[in-house]
Design a protein around this ligand. Sequence first.
Ligand code: ZN
Length: 349
Amino acid sequence: MRATVIHGERDIRLEEVPDPQLASGNDAIVRVVAACVCGSDLWPYRGVTPTERPRRIGHEFVGVVEQVGVDVTAVRGGDFVIAPFYHCDNTCINCLNGVSTSCLNGGWWGAYDRSGAFVDGAQGERIRVPNANGTLVPTPATPGEDQIGSLLALADVMGTGHHAAVSAGVTTGSTVVVVGDGAVGLCAVLAAKRLGASRIIAMSRHPDRQQIAREFGATDIVEERGDEGISRVKALLDDIGADCVLECVGTRESMDQAIRSARPGGMVGYVGVPNGGPELPVKQLFGNNVGVNGGVAPVRGYIEELLPEVLSGSINPGRVFDLVLPLADVAEAYAAMDERRATKVMLRP
Ligand SMILES: [Zn+2]
């Protein structure tokens, strides 16, 4: 089969790799129907995190089950399934505590599982899914083509935006600032709206992304950053700041923006993969009783909650996909994301 391999900075190749095979009774083989490029895939692509040897990449996919091991009961051949951006058993103590990203038996796509068998990356034609019973969520019926994007968003960006909102405690009537206008930031706007926020300020400089933010429920757009951005935000919020700030970037600047946009007693929910060394100014947080909560989003636990709303069309997070390319054009998909010609690119094998 063909799958994506990153060789180094700006070096993405589609290569012939071995077909996946069942390695344990709780494995499934899934044919990928749609995958995508994540903002976090751009860190190795840009060389911010080094690629020491060629490796498989991609962690978001939906697909159709082709084969299951003898212990798999949650899905069967022919099922359309959503997978989170990691695999997990959904039964261990960490999974039961709602932190399935710390699953005691789990792991990541494009890496080795705990038995030492290779797990395929998502930007390919097929994937061996370990912990299939806990990882895969089947849809009740085969979805229509127009639903693929929103189902794929449940693999990462929508669940991650939702985690930011939940971590910041967004509830009915909350005032919210969203830092970051990538796919996660846009989904965080949608998540905040869904949880009842009354005011949602999206910080964005890109007209196309501002448009999606407004469709998702943003009431205000702030283009400025730094001190100017913070004064603009505060001016919109009685000069005190927001109840909840959703940090969806992961840089030092974005974390600073988020913390300083919160009102005294407010909460920052952060989900941006930390790069560039964001650190917490504890003295400042102490002085204003500002909390910081969040981390890598345990999206598996959110799929059941969000799936019915995607299927009914009441939320449409797939709107963030503004470019669809065949898997053969994966290198172009990365370039389009890197150069911000696209917000998020869907890949179709
Ligand atoms: Zn677990």
